[in-house]
Design a protein around this ligand. Sequence first.
Ligand code: HEC
Length: 302
Amino acid sequence: MRQVLRMRRMTRVLLLTVGGSFMAAATVNAQANKDLIAQGQYLFAISGGCACHTVPKETYHTGGRAFPIPLGTVFSTNITQDKETGLGSWSDQQIHDAMNAGIRRDGSRLLPVMPYEAYSGMAQQDLKSLVAYMKTLKPAKKATPDLKTWAPMVRSVAVPVYLRVFGGSSNSPAQAPKSGVERGRYLVNHVSICGDCHTPRNSIGVPNRSQYLAGTVAKNGPLGEEVPNITPDKETGIGDWKREDIAELLITGTKPDFDNVQGLMSEVIQGTPHGYKDMRREDALAIADYLKSIPPIKNKIK
Ligand code: HEC
């Protein structure tokens, strides 16, 4: 009898231990997932809150913002978890491929208005966390208007040709650089994509790489906005700004002369609702240090 009792007790202890370690493992997993999502939210913030996917003053992330392209008009898509009109029924890999390679779920091409060429250089770990965060965006139903164009076969022919001739994809490192000018270069080119607005484009939307970050007049600017020269040229760029001035502008939107930035720049700073304003100061300073290291280009905007 005593023997049986002892056996039972031992079984109970054993079961409790096994059950306990399952629960401990589940807690560790849940914590790891929480950390991944928090990291993804930070990435989302310093990507300017993916502001192009929000029409100002409408529901966040439901897309439908019109972007003029040489062949017509393309609309940004709903990136919420709505199953019908958003990304709710996409797998992680499908979201990854859209962001990293511009390939849609049905295998066709996204127009390079979506900056997947820049994002192709985003570190695997960063992209993974960003996708994990995107899966937490509250579903909101809003259908994306179709591409409006007078040209046939834009996705099947024009985009692949454009990419072959002008494309600039990068290799995605496993991990992002952690600090210094290398971190700044990484953020500017592959996460916060300053060049998407600050590097001018020609009439068919190809970035003019010899004018890297040198700004553009309103006529050729994104959504018709004038964009300043942020190279370190002293006269026409921001060569006389201190590194702290640049970091301050990224986090608060305030310029050294106490004026506030407007338009698209203020949208990416304010975010949706996460934006550059949530950037860690050391990241903002890394961006500033990188901007101070690039060649100054004389290009008067105003
Ligand atoms: C979505 C487009 C967009 C993105 C992305 C963007 N900017 Fe801007 N930026 C603008 C516009 C437009 C202005 C002009 C705002 C104004 O005149 O009030 C501006 C203004 C600035 C200014 C003020 C310069 C001056 O002379 O007044 C700085 C500095 C700047 N941006 C840096 C950056 C950096 C660094 C990044 C990337 C981390 C970045 N921007 C990303 C559109 C953008």
